[in-house]
Design a protein around this ligand. Sequence first.
Ligand SMILES: C[S@@+](CC[C@H](N)C(=O)[O-])C[C@H]1O[C@@H](n2cnc3c(N)ncnc32)[C@H](O)[C@@H]1O
Length: 235
Amino acid sequence: MAEQEKQRRQIRSYVLREGRLTRGQQRAFEEFWPRFGINFHRRRLDLARLYGNANPVHLEIGFGNGESIARMAQTHPENNYLGVEVHRPGVGRLLLRTAEAGLANLRIIRHDAVEVLDRCLEDASLEAVYLFFPDPWHKRRHHKRRILKPEFVARLARVIRPGGLFHAATDWQDYAEQMMSVLTTSPDFENRAGKGMYSPRPEYRIPTRFEKRGQRLGHGIWDLVFRRTNSGSGE
Ligand SMILES: C[S@@+](CC[C@H](N)C(=O)[O-])C[C@H]1O[C@@H](n2cnc3c(N)ncnc32)[C@H](O)[C@@H]1O
C-alpha cells in the first residue's frame, strides 16, 4: 500500500496547466462553488445526503469543459452526476453551465480522480463511470502516465456496483487497443459489445471539442462499454 501511495505521487495522468480564469469563471467559483462544488477531503462521501436523494450516481472523470456531463445531467434528471476534473477553467465552465441550466443533480470535485476514487467513494456506490478522451500521452516514454491501466481498473471495480457500467472513449488507436486489453484481462468486467469488440457511440455521449478535433486530424473514435460483473477479484 505504501508502495502504491508512492507510485501515485510520482506518476500522475495530468500536468496542471492552471490557465487564467475568465471573469465569468471567477464569478462562477465565488457564486456557485458553494452550491455545486464539493471540497476534497480524505473521507467517504455520503452521496444520498449530498444530492438529497438515493438516485443512481454516474461519475465522469476528466470532464474537460463539462459539455458531456452537463448534457447527461440535463437529459437524465432521474440520475445524479458527479464530475471530477483538475483543470480550474474547465471546472469554472461547468459551474456556469450547471447554474445556468439549474442542474440540481450535478456536483463537482476539483481534484485528482485517482485519489477521489480511493478516498471519497464507498464500495459499489456508482452506477456508471465515464472516461471520455483521457489525455493520450502518445509518446512512448509518457505511456506510464495514461490513466487507464490495471490498477485503475481495479479501483473502478471497487466503486462500480455489480451490473454497473464503465464507458471509455478515445481517438487514439493504440490507447484504444491498450484499454481493450486491460479491460478484457480484468475478471471484474465484461464487454457489452462482445469479446474484443468496440461499441457504437451511445446517444448519451455527445461529440465534444476534443473529439471533433481528433476527427479533423483524421483520427478514428473508439468507444468501449464494459459491465461490472457480479463476481470477480473485487468480490
Ligand atoms: C483530453 S481532455 C478530455 C476532456 C473531455 N473528457 C472531453 O472529451 O472533451 C482530458 C481531461 O482529463 C483531465 N484529467 C486528466 N487526468 C485527470 C485526473 N487524474 N483527475 C481528474 N482529471 C484529470 C485533464 O485535466 C483534461 O481536462
